[in-house]
Design a protein. Structure first.
Length: 201
């Protein structure tokens, strides 16, 4: 059984503080969420308030390289980690709503070979501590390496290698190794990119 925000009293509230400069920027954010279940195993509806925090940044190294990072943790991240890879909450043995503690992060390096060619190396990790009633994800990890070329102001093509690992609470796990071709055209408003980063902060 999966649990998401079900008719919350208020929408997700996010406060963010950011600093910018020519070569670097960073931001810190705090999120408050209202989680509730209207039809659970318990004798009545239940709700809980969860919080989460994140820090992310970017640093230019020389004229061709850039480093990016992001980390997030809390008991209300849920769908904000790994494209809905984790539940927002779960029901405990008494049928009451319990929040899930989870955390994740990513580190990325980008290098521009020239004005048209660039490469990216991205490592991501996401994890949750609490097991729900159904077997679900405990750990997700991905590695992305690609080479992209700008064909113009509105079109980008490239090739990407993706390696991923998934581990569940029932000790079942899985591996992914994929080589894919990407094309993105803002002029045509279309994309064949497969967005599969482990963490979104």
């Amino acid at each position: 059984m999966l649990f998401r925000s079900d008719a919350p009293e208020f929408q997700d509230l996010v406060a963010r503080y950011s600093r910018f400069s020519t070569r670097a920027n960073w931001s810190a954010a705090l999120m408050v969420r209202d989680l509730r279940v209207d039809r659970g195993r318990g004798p009545r509806d239940d709700s809980a308030t969860g919080v989460a925090a994140s820090v992310s940044g970017r640093l230019a190294v020389g004229s061709e390289d850039e480093l990016r990072f992001g980390v997030a943790a809390g008991n209300a991240l849920g769908r904000y980690l790994s494209g809905n890879g984790f539940d927002d909450a779960r029901l405990d043995d008494a049928g009451r709503l319990a929040r899930n503690l989870s955390a994740g992060g990513y580190f990325a390096w980008q290098h521009w070979w020239n004005a048209d060619w660039r490469s990216n190396l991205v490592v991501g990790l996401a994890w949750q501590a609490d097991r729900a009633l159904d077997p679900e994800n405990q750990l997700l990890a991905t590695l992305h390496a690609n080479c992209m070329r700008n064909l113009g102001s509105d079109t980008t093509v490239g090739i990407e290698l993706i390696s991923a690992h998934r581990q569940r609470f029932d000790d079942d796990d899985g591996e992914l190794l994929r080589l894919q071709l990407d094309r993105k055209s803002t002029r045509l408003n279309s994309s064949h990119q497969i967005i599969s980063y482990a963490v979104f902060c």
